[in-house]
Design a protein around this ligand. Sequence first.
Ligand code: FPP
Length: 248
Amino acid sequence: MSVPLSGERSPIAQHVAIIMDGNGRWAKRQGLPRAEGHRRGVLALKDIVKAAKPRQIKYLTVYAFSTENWRRPQAEIDVLMDLLVEFLDSEIAELRSQGVRLSAIGHLEELPERCQQKLAEGMAATRQGHDLSLTLALNYGSRREIVDAARQLAEAAQRGEIQPAEISDALFSAHLSTKDLPDPDLIIRPSGEWRLSNFLLWQAAYAEIYSTEVLWPDFDAAQLDLALAAFARRERRYGAVSSRDGGS
Ligand code: FPP
């Protein structure tokens, strides 16, 4: 989506994106199997979804499985896929009653059939939700998404449907899987890392990044409040001069 003018700063983060990191470390610290860390990660996700609307968050996008996560042991991949199915089975009615609209980005067609099925059901059941848009990034990788968009545009140009000179920020954004979402205002990464790890690279151009040492299973509404307070204190200049230094 387009870049706001400097000065149009809102202290409210309407789109929050989260890299749900640290499940494995959390489990290790507790002497539990990694699967238990992921299970606790799902509980944290449920809490943050509930906490979003009262904090005026309109879009919540979470990195649940990356294109690189296929490199994990098959048993761990199976746990993550089972948790996704369980989450969808147990939460859809609740999400619906909370006014959540569920969607997903990533190459969903490569997920196990049972996940695709539940996702399709969940998205259909919640499509009337207007209070919060919850997007699960599943088998998602930003570079692949950007390459997909470039290929689609090249093919459209080859067919003569567009001229290369017509390719703009906006047209490119419209070919990304996030075309229906505004760019994230705030990207939260628990567990003390400062990497984007192939998450929303294009969309994060002007996002504020917040990192905390807290591991994802321990990330709760109070942690979200700390992240939102840090966001509210930041000045977003979008490449312009600070208003404090005489800019508009
Ligand atoms: C990173 O922690 C987390 C993941 C790869 C998966 C995130 C998934 C969940 C929170 C649960 C499943 C989600 C849904 C929607 C059901 P890590 O395992 O890499 O942690 P580590 O870096 O400490 O090892």
